[in-house]
Design a protein around this ligand. Structure first.
Ligand code: HEC
Length: 226
């Protein structure tokens, strides 16, 4: 009986010692130095206490998710965008750069080390993509007719049905059409502000239309233009 117990205790101890650090560290990249800076800036707008998703603000919070983090960024599922690429010119920084993706992936593959906590960044406040876009919000449903010329900086999602899909197009009086945004499967969990690479200036008399229009609720974010 006594032998059995000590054996069991011994196995337990070995298990404890091995489980957390069984991955060999094969990378110089660390959470404290490189990875936290990318994650806080790119993901921290949603992944924070009281944010839209679980917090990824510290090593202790991020470490258990490291494999999932690499998978999400490699497959470009995070940050969660519902815009179809190539329809309208949306800010490329909705997604991570190839360099940022590989930094995260290499860190995870190399065992996700924490590194020296003294080099942790101070005061990086992540915002949701487009969350810092200032401008007058104009809400509309399905269709918006411009009284005068207008400069549009981005489009904010209103309350819509999950899974709703639509294309948003600017139509000039002379028949010219400007693709603005194509949402495939709206989700409350995804990005809510889509920002254009360059402000889109539309003349008086233009109409912004959603196809199909039913149920589409949006807010134009308009600026004074440059
Ligand atoms: C616009 C807000 C937003 C941003 C920005 C964002 N996420 Fe998320 N993320 C979410 C939401 C919401 C969920 C939860 C999804 C769910 O509940 O199904 C999630 C889930 C996840 C998950 C869990 C996926 C799973 O296995 O279910 C991981 C990992 C993740 N995010 C990593 C990241 C990383 C890394 C970044 C930055 C590169 C990031 N997220 C940026 C909103 C965001």
């Amino acid at each position: 009986m006594r032998v059995g117990w000590s054996k069991a205790a011994g196995l337990l101890l070995v298990g404890l010692a091995v489980a957390p650090g069984h991955e060999t560290i094969t990378t110089k990249l660390t959470w404290s130095k490189e990875v936290s800076r990318v994650v806080l800036r790119r993901c921290g707008g949603c992944h924070r206490p009281e944010g839209r998703a679980f917090s990824l603000q510290s090593y202790a919070e991020a470490r258990p998710w490291s494999k999932a983090i690499a998978e999400e960024v490699l497959n470009r599922r995070m940050p969660p965008s519902r815009a179809v690429r190539g329809f309208g010119e949306l800010r490329h920084d909705l997604g991570l750069s190839a360099e940022e993706i590989h930094l995260i992936a290499d860190w995870v593959e190399g065992g996700s080390p924490e590194g020296d906590v003294n080099v942790l960044p101070a005061g990086i406040k992540g915002a949701e993509p487009g969350g810092r876009l200032l401008g007058l919000r104009r809400a509309f449903r399905g269709e918006f007719r411009l009284g005068g010329a207008m400069t549009i900086l981005g489009v904010e999602m209103g309350e819509m049905a999950e899974g709703q899909s639509f294309k948003l197009v600017g139509e000039m009086a002379d028949g010219e059409r400007v693709p603005l945004l194509w949402i495939e499967g709206y989700s409350r969990k995804a990005i809510s502000v889509y920002e254009f690479v360059r402000p889109v200036r539309l003349p008086a008399g233009a109409v912004i239309r959603a196809y199909p229009a039913a149920g589409v609720r949006l807010r134009l974010i308009t600026g004074s233009g440059r």
